[in-house]
Design a protein around this ligand. Structure first.
Ligand code: MNH
Length: 180
């Protein structure tokens, strides 16, 4: 998993829970990188799982809810670090439609070792999109937060529902309907 995900995560933890919580989740885990990350480095996905598990224990907030909150936080971090990746889009549905074939292709050029999910479009109209998230990492709640913020990025909002096609969350169908 790319370092930018770790640096953004610890930044969110500091802002929402404080520096002491950052220290606690780094110290009480068995982290190979000892909580030291650079945005261009690459680290084991398991290390992120440990950080989230530690944060969940520390805050008593379910891990899934923390992952969703992180998705909400991460969108701006990705967009600000790589404005060129999203500058050509003028609508959230257009952006979502292009994640698989353009955005994540571009990301793969920036970070050849990035481990990205796949999104299969099942249906799209002017006001909605139906897409299936697939990833062995099962970070569908991260996807949910990112999708929600993509709408806010363009000054709008959407009603987002999802169905787990696989119980472990490695395949999830999203129904996304633009509001207003
Ligand atoms: Mn994208 C990882 C979904 C937009 C760059 N992205 C992920 C993951 C999800 C995801 C989910 C976590 C990995 C996984 O589940 O297997 N990404 C989205 C969604 C949107 C999106 C739903 C739009 C909405 N992503 C973007 C944009 C950028 C970007 C825009 C860059 C400007 N994504 C990344 C990077 C990673 C990532 C970088 C981290 C890859 C890695 O850790 O190896």
């Amino acid at each position: 998993m790319k370092g930018i995900v770790f640096t953004e995560f610890l930044e969110m933890v500091e802002i929402k829970f404080g520096l002491e919580t950052v220290d606690n989740i780094i110290e009480n885990g068995h982290l190979p990188s000892e909580g030291i990350y650079t945005s261009v480095g690459t680290y084991e996905f398991n290390e992120m799982v440990t950080l989230i598990t530690n944060l969940s224990e520390e805050t008593k907030i379910p891990a899934g809810d923390l992952i969703y909150a992180f998705g909400l936080y991460l969108f701006a971090g990705l967009a600000n670090s790589h404005p060129e990746v999203i500058k050509n889009y003028n609508s959230p549905l257009g952006l979502l439609y292009c994640i698989e074939d353009h955005i994540h292709v571009h990301v793969k050029k920036l970070y050849p070792d990035a481990e990205l999910p796949t999104f299969k479009i099942l249906d799209k109209t002017d006001t909605k999109i139906v897409m299936v998230y697939s990833s062995s990492r099962g970070l569908y709640r991260l996807a949910h937060g990112l999708i929600e913020k993509a709408f806010e990025h363009f000054g709008g909002s959407a009603t987002i529902t999802y169905d787990l096609l696989k119980e472990d969350g490695t395949e999830v169908k999203f129904d996304i309907v633009q509001n207003g």
